[in-house]
Write a protein that binds this ligand. Structure first.
Ligand SMILES: [Zn+2]
Length: 420
């Protein structure tokens, strides 16, 4: 913990120094002072002003607009109104030996997660099969019908000829405390090139900065190597809670304990530290959605608690990641027990708070525009241990991959598979 704090402080110091240095070089010797040979403090020689590393330009295009002349970068585009597939992941397991070590978490991690190796194989496969990434918020839009009512409509997408659209979302990219000992990344950071990387510890306890051990930098890297996988620049929508902060930074308050000035100072330092990470993610095609503050059950919890939770998400998470109209139901649990046949009070409340795209989990990429309220509901498929072992995997996931080439049976516990 000490190390993390020291690192953070160093980072904050660097950031504030960079900020100070931007407009004022003359007073900036407080950082570089050293004691000279004669024992007197003497100012460091004025350092060569280091140019801020220019981030590589990143282009984001609107898939609902046909490129001029129907061609961009020599690629012909064509209208697409078919199904938009949607896969979701949790943070991926960087070190299976820590995840699958026989402790009480093992079964849950096997059920709901994929390993970094499996994730990489899935990306390769969907890419080879002609899927291209689109952002969830581009697939539907809010408009007004002939009676003046707000409604959601499905957009026509203009895709490179022959390609199929794919939405990705990543749930719980908070890097919860329980994950840290179980083989996951601890947090996202900016590496020395200013790119998103993960920071964590290997099984021997060594600190590791990598772009190959977490699904966020892995996808960034994959798109760098295969730009045609993301013709619009889209990555995934990050579905975040708030009760243990976001992206590995402990930005949350805690009303169950006495909140001290020291805790608040640490929280503020975490908030400052996560801001550049959020900014870089957004600049490079990542978007954010709510997964509720407390990972709550929207089908059973009281309205009062749901309202309090929602407000807290806006206060502690939305204030950092910006506005969103996407909500991912925790546990896939539908508001009011059902959001498909009825529109209950919880759904109405959530919609009134600005959510228009409300996502559950299912056996296909089902979506439906609600008729009685301006909203769309959609189910997502979930590559994870339950489906990788399922006898239905070919039927439900066969368009994305051949499970035999994906599942890492050497790394996973020996729970068997239900396919031939
Ligand atoms: Zn979740």
């Amino acid at each position: 913990m000490k190390k993390i704090t020291a690192l953070l402080l160093a980072l904050i110091l660097l950031i504030s120094l960079a900020a100070c240095g931007a407009g004022n070089n003359s007073g900036g010797n407080n950082a570089g002072n050293h004691t000279g040979e004669n024992g007197q403090d003497e100012p460091s020689p004025e350092p060569e002003p280091e140019p801020e590393p220019e981030p590589e330009p990143y282009h984001i295009y609107d898939p609902t607009v046909m490129p001029e002349g129907g061609v961009r970068d020599g690629v012909a585009y064509t209208a697409y109104d078919g199904i938009v597939e949607h896969l979701f992941f949790h943070p991926v397991i960087a070190y299976p030996e820590l995840a699958f070590d026989g402790d009480s978490q093992e079964k849950g991690l096997d059920d709901y997660m994929v390993t970094a190796t499996e994730f990489s194989r899935i990306l390769e496969s969907v890419y080879e099969r002609g899927y291209v990434l689109v952002d969830i918020a581009d697939v539907w839009s809010e408009t007004t019908d002939e009676n003046g009512n707000a409604v959601m409509v499905r957009n026509t997408l203009y895709l490179p000829e022959g390609k199929k659209p794919l939405i990705l979302s990543y749930d719980d990219t908070n890097y919860y405390e329980y994950m840290l000992e179980n083989g996951f990344a601890y947090k996202l950071i900016l590496d020395e090139d200013g790119k998103i990387a993960s920071w964590g510890k290997d099984p021997q306890g060594n600190e590791v900065v990598s772009r190959d051990l977490d699904a966020i930098p892995m996808l960034d890297k994959f798109v760098e190597e295969h730009p045609d996988f993301s013709p619009f620049g889209a990555k995934a929508c990050l579905s975040v809670t708030g009760y243990e902060g976001i992206l590995g930074y402990r930005t949350q308050t805690d009303s169950t304990i006495e909140w001290t000035d020291e805790m608040e100072a640490f929280r503020q330092s975490e908030i400052e530290a996560v801001k550049p990470i959020i900014a870089e993610l957004k600049r490079t095609g990542w978007t954010f959605g709510s997964h509720t503050f407390g990972h709550i059950r929207l089908g059973t919890l009281s309205m009062e608690k749901i309202q309090r939770d929602t407000q807290r998400w806006f206060d502690e998470v939305g204030s950092l990641v910006g506005p969103t109209n996407v909500l991912f139901y925790p546990h896939g649990e539908r508001p009011d027990g059902d959001d498909w046949k009825q529109t209950g009070p919880v759904f109405q409340y959530l919609q009134s708070q600005g959510f228009r795209i409300l996502c559950s989990v299912g056996i296909e990429s089902f979506s439906a525009i609600k008729k009685d309220i301006c909203a769309v509901i959609c189910d997502r498929l979930h590559p994870d241990g339950t489906t990788l072992r399922s006898k239905y995997v070919d039927q439900r996931y066969g368009q994305f991959y051949d499970v035999r080439e994906i599942i890492d049976l050497d790394a996973r516990p020996d729970y068997g598979v239900n396919w031939q």
